[in-house]
Design a protein around this ligand. Structure first.
Ligand code: BDR
Ligand code: CA
Length: 307
């Protein structure tokens, strides 16, 4: 079993990624760390606890609050309420969570677990990379002790989704992405290059209405909201992108994608290319970039696991 920490900014596709991970016996979830991004850090923590409640998870999965702002100290990007709803979960109206977060800090938890399970821990980071970058800055030893970090983030060969050049998770904290990429930890980048191909359609979501449960209702509410938001953004797409679930999928089965080693840099200058992730002409390969995806096999696997 793979020892994993999920690092989330729980929004809709983060919730789907959590559900996918919880339903996957290949993964042992050591904990879920939270941070700002789609919503505030506080909302991300609440949403994560609510998702675990509705999933009825009865094994120990601690939730640990983390960064409420980027490394620079100033927010560059607003919350993503247009895509994820006012509450970050498609305005699904879930009851307040029953479980509580750990009275700890995300970066400390990441350091502790990587040291407790040397060379075994994979961090799956599907929000801005602030928590993992903070952990690296606090204790650089973890660079050699972590197995790898798989991030949903970046757009190396395709345009961005928050600016013409930048993907949302990188744009929200470009300095954190740069710290991670330059750290020496093995990094796999699951970016828009592949995630924009993994679309979930309303026809697929409609099939879930056959089984009645609070969890099924929740899945339909958030996915329908997400599909509508994507439709308003680009009506030609025909569905919503399974960004964060794909990062989980790549850890469960790396053969869903083809990844190519590259030297990737992040543009840090405040200007139109801020947050751009591009292949640098020179420099040691620091990131495995996912460039091809077996869409049908991944989406089928995801759908079988979450329902
Ligand atoms: C990423 O940004 C967020 O809106 C999603 O949750 C995903 O992690 C996609 O660019
Ligand atoms: Ca996310």
């Amino acid at each position: 079993m793979e020892q994993v920490i999920l690092d989330v900014d729980t929004g809709i596709d983060d919730a789907l990624a959590i559900a996918y991970a919880v339903h996957s016996p290949e993964l042992n979830i050591l904990g879920i760390t939270t941070g700002f991004g789609n919503v505030s850090e506080e909302e991300a923590t609440r949403n994560t606890l609510q998702v675990l409640d509705i999933l009825n998870v009865n094994r120990e999965i601690p939730v640990i609050p983390g960064a409420d702002k980027p490394l620079s100290g100033t927010h560059i990007k607003a919350k993503a309420t247009r895509i994820h709803g006012e509450d970050g979960l498609g305005n699904s109206g879930l009851p307040l969570p029953e479980r509580k977060p750990l009275p700890s800090e995300a970066a400390d938890f990441i350091i502790e677990k990587i040291k407790q399970y040397p060379y075994q821990v994979t961090v799956i980071a599907v929000g801005p990379q602030t928590n993992i970058a903070t952990a690296i800055k606090k204790d650089p030893d973890i660079v050699h002790l972590a197995k790898r970090v798989v991030i949903m983030g970046g757009a190396v060969t395709v345009p961005g989704n928050v600016t013409p050049h930048a993907e949302a998770n990188i744009y929200a904290d470009p300095e954190a992405a740069s710290v991670l990429f330059e750290s020496g930890i093995p990094v796999t980048l699951v970016g828009l290059d592949v995630t924009m191909q993994t679309l979930l359609s309303s026809e697929q979501v409609g099939k879930w209405s056959n089984v009645k449960s609070a969890y099924n209702d929740f899945l339909q509410t958030i996915c329908n909201y997400y599909i509508d938001a994507y439709h308003q953004f680009d009506s030609s797409l025909g569905g919503c992108a399974l960004h964060d679930p794909l990062a989980v999928g790549v850890v469960i089965d790396p053969s869903f994608v083809k990844a190519v080693p590259m030297h990737v840099e992040v543009d840090l200058e405040r200007g139109e290319s801020l947050g751009n992730t591009h292949e640098a002409k020179q420099g040691k390969r620091n990131v495995e970039v996912c460039l091809e995806i077996d869409v049908d096999r991944f989406v089928t696997h995801f759908l079988q696991r979450i329902t």
